[in-house]
Design a protein around this ligand. Sequence first.
Ligand SMILES: CCCCCCCCCCCC(=O)SCCNC(=O)CCNC(=O)[C@H](O)C(C)(C)COP(=O)(O)OP(=O)(O)OC[C@H]1O[C@@H](n2cnc3c(N)ncnc32)[C@H](O)[C@@H]1OP(=O)(O)O
Length: 161
Amino acid sequence: MNREEFLASWNEKFRPQEDGAQLPPHHHHCLGCGPDNPHGHHLTVHRRGEEVHATHIFDERHVGAPGIAHGGAVATVLDDLFGYLLYLTGGPAVTRQLEVLYASPVILGTTYRLAARVLRAEGRKLYVEADMRDVEGSLVASAAALFLSVDVTHFDQGMPR
Ligand SMILES: CCCCCCCCCCCC(=O)SCCNC(=O)CCNC(=O)[C@H](O)C(C)(C)COP(=O)(O)OP(=O)(O)OC[C@H]1O[C@@H](n2cnc3c(N)ncnc32)[C@H](O)[C@@H]1OP(=O)(O)O
């Protein structure tokens, strides 16, 4: 994606989102949610009140120990889910710090439910938390992160030169 295409999608992505709405992917090749990334998680995320929710099944592409999701893949999904809170807070930000608690193994081929929320905002700082549970409601992982808001020039660093 070039800079012009990225900017063109900006206003559409950060418009107000109704409760219940499916939120747009960060971009089409995003590792967490891009529908066109063959290595990605293809997360589908909805607004639920002041939270964002997703249902996810990890597969063989995300394996760590046999039959168990790699911890980095779990962190990727939690981090990307945090990125959806930005549609509720109204502007782009990036992860400055991410902490993941792995409560029990995440089993491939199993359905998990994820939810994320903003704890507080202080200037550019956005403190967020998320949890991932099995269908019985038991916690398998949780995360806390600090996002820092950025302006569009931040993303120039990744654009083709
Ligand atoms: C279309 C969709 C697009 C939207 C894109 C969404 C995509 C979502 C994808 C999922 C999320 C990602 O993976 S994002 C990708 C991974 N993250 C990144 O690549 C970020 C790499 N890091 C950076 O570029 C930089 O470190 C920044 C921009 C995050 C921050 O740099 P900076 O702007 O210079 O900030 P800095 O001055 O250091 O700190 C700002 C303030 O925060 C405080 N601060 C800094 N760290 C901490 C800390 N750990 N705990 C408390 N406070 C802290 C500082 O003291 C300071 O406070 P004070 O003095 O002001 O009080």
